[in-house]
Design a protein around this ligand. Structure first.
Ligand SMILES: [Zn+2]
Length: 146
C-alpha cells in the first residue's frame, strides 16, 4: 500500500483526536506505521470495521487482525462547505466519504489530494489509503484517488 504522509500541507491539525482504547490500540499503532489493519472473523469469514473483538455480523469472538490492502472504492461522499463546529480552522471545503474497502467493510474517512468539486468524484472510483500524522501517536487513514 502507498503510505505517503500528508506532510506537505504542514497545516496544524485542528480536528478531534481519536482516543485509542484497548480494542483499538493495535489499529492505531498500525496506522502510526502507515498500515491499515482490519478485524477478521474466522467464524463467518468477514472482515469488519471499526475494530472490535466481537464480530458484529455473527457475534463470534473467534476473530483476528488482518492487514488490509489499502485499496477500495468510493462508496459515497459529501463536500463540506460550512464550518462543521465552532472554532474550526481547518480547510474548507473538504470531502468526507465512505470508502468500501477491497476486503469488504465500508469505513468513514476523508478524500484528500483532489479539488473538492463534484466533477472530480464519482461513486465507485478506485481509491487508495494515505495517512495524515496529526499527533505524535495518531495518524488518520484518509484516501486519495487511485
Ligand atoms: Zn462473524
Amino acid at each position: 500500500m502507498t503510505t505517503q504522509p500528508q506532510t506537505a500541507q504542514a497545516q496544524r491539525y485542528e480536528g478531534p483526536v481519536p482516543l485509542p482504547q484497548q480494542e483499538s490500540d493495535f489499529y492505531w499503532e498500525k496506522c502510526k506505521a502507515h498500515e491499515l489493519w482490519l478485524r477478521y472473523c474466522n467464524q463467518c469469514s468477514n472482515a469488519y470495521f471499526y475494530p472490535r473483538d466481537i464480530c458484529p455480523l455473527c457475534f463470534s469472538r473467534n476473530t483476528a487482525w488482518v492487514k488490509a490492502s489499502g485499496k477500495g472504492e468510493l462508496y459515497t461522499f459529501a463536500i463540506v462547505h460550512q464550518i462543521p463546529r465552532p472554532n474550526y480552522r481547518g480547510p474548507l471545503p473538504f470531502i468526507i466519504a465512505m470508502v468500501k474497502l477491497a476486503e469488504g467493510p465500508v469505513m468513514p474517512t476523508a478524500i484528500v489530494g483532489v479539488e473538492p468539486d463534484p466533477k472530480n468524484l464519482n461513486v465507485g472510483m478506485p481509491v487508495e489509503v494515505v495517512f495524515e500524522d496529526i499527533t505524535e501517536a495518531i495518524s488518520l487513514p484518509k484516501f486519495k484517488l487511485a
